[in-house]
Unconditional design. Structure first.
Length: 418
């Protein structure tokens, strides 16, 4: 059997193509069952995210056209329209690729952790759909263990490399724990959504999202158990905020020195951490002059992000070494599986010989033969039965000067060389 994958990602295909090849959750299970009906494919799983779609299979062929044709037909696309964007991996290259993906080494943001969770969802859905077998099932387990080892043994995920993550990390340096803090997020775009996600994961006590379009703020707040306000109401809630993160497209500042100073008075000089991720600025530069305000801009965070990205690159090199070792372990497991049939057949042959001689021994005992004599015959007969074929084959190997087989026999039976 061959392990085979076909896929696209952010490096090989533009978003317009990735959208066409994406698999939403509601179609994953029927798609998997459809894939398993393709001649030669015995196991299947599909990983589909905003940045990649990959189809994992165990098949009796290395011909990727089997998978490419299925994708084209399933998505009702022309082969020529998708073929230039696809990549294919088989066997050890496939194993290495999956380990690297799960460890965040193939991500748009090096070392990002979300992909591992998405990989686990792909495994769960395939498992529930009944399209996983022994090979892919074991591969996923090795994949999860490898990604965990990379996270544990390297610093690839310890340094923030997005401005949203960096902002939350800075907040943690000031407040230590965030479970007693209130965060006010201004805007509702991708950066603010990421900030909301990171704050929620760190257990922030309260989350307020302000946006010019209230409905967008409301939709985002509902995802993270927060609440929304209109942009005009910011000053009414500013005093509540221990953390303020702003990222809008406003041509003019949203927060001025006066409104922040008023909020600080209401807070009785309790410190306020503020991050302005907008260009042009959402928070007036003069706010930084106020006592008890920690104001950071995009430039302040970028230097930290650049340093952290270099740190992740060093960790990625260490991760590659871990992956090399784990690929070797999985390949050893695969090779061991090919011996299972041999072991099973040999054991079955030995059990047949045992049952035959045991039946004769029981009959002899019933006929009054002494137990000691019966046991001696049984032991002698079983030894001869088990050793006859190997002895004959070793003798034949010697006659034919098959030194490789003779060396293998010494190793298998743990014998000293003559």
């Amino acid at each position: 059997m061959t392990l085979l994958t076909v896929g696209i990602n952010h490096n090989t295909a533009p978003v317009a193509v990735r959208e066409q090849l994406a698999f939403t959750h509601d179609i994953l299970r029927p798609s998997l069952r459809s894939l398993l009906a393709v001649n030669g494919i015995s196991e299947a799983a599909i990983l589909s995210t905003c940045n990649r779609t990959e189809i994992y299979c165990s098949a009796d062929t290395e011909d990727r056209s089997v998978l490419v044709d299925w994708v084209a037909n399933h998505k009702q696309l022309a082969f020529a329209d998708i073929h230039p964007y696809l990549y294919c991996h088989t066997d050890n290259h496939f194993i290495r690729h999956v380990f690297r993906v799960a460890s965040g080494l193939d991500s748009m943001v090096l070392g990002e952790p979300q992909i591992l969770g998405q990989m686990k969802v792909a495994y769960q859905i395939a498992n529930e759909a009944g399209t996983l077998g022994k090979q892919l099932g074991k591969l996923f387990q090795y994949t999860f263990n490898t990604a965990k080892k990379v996270r544990t043994d390297t610093a690839i995920g310890s340094s923030p490399v997005s401005v949203a993550f960096a902002a939350v990390q800075f907040a943690q340096q000031i407040f230590d724990q965030l479970d007693q803090q209130t965060a006010l997020l201004i805007g509702a775009g991708e950066t603010i959504e990421l900030a909301a996600r990171h704050l929620s994961e760190q257990g922030v006590k309260k989350l307020i999202i302000a946006n010019r379009t209230y409905q967008r703020a409301h939709n985002l707040a509902m995802q993270f158990n927060g609440y929304a306000i209109e942009l005009a109401d910011i000053t009414k809630h500013l005093a509540e905020a221990d953390i303020v993160i702003a990222s809008t497209a406003s041509p003019l500042p949203i927060l001025g020195k006066g409104s922040v100073e008023s909020a600080l008075k209401k807070r009785k000089r309790k410190p306020m951490f503020m991050v302005d991720l907008a260009v042009p600025r959402d928070i007036e530069a003069e706010v930084d002059q106020l006592r008890d305000v920690y104001l950071y801009t995009l430039d302040d965070l970028q230097q930290t992000i650049d340093q952290n990205m270099q740190s992740r690159r060093v960790a990625a090199a260490q991760a590659e070494e871990i992956i090399d070792a784990q690929v070797g372990h999985f390949l050893a497991w695969l090779r061991a599986q090919s011996a299972q049939t041999i072991i099973k057949d040999y054991r079955h042959s030995a059990e047949l010989a045992r049952d035959e001689l045991l039946s004769k021994a029981i009959a002899s005992l019933k006929n009054g033969t002494q137990a000691e004599e019966v046991l001696n015959r049984l032991a002698h007969g079983l030894t001869n039965k088990l050793l006859h074929t190997p002895s004959s084959q070793i003798r034949l190997a010697a006659e034919q000067e098959r030194h490789d087989l003779l060396a293998a026999a010494l190793e298998i039976f743990k014998l000293d060389p003559p």
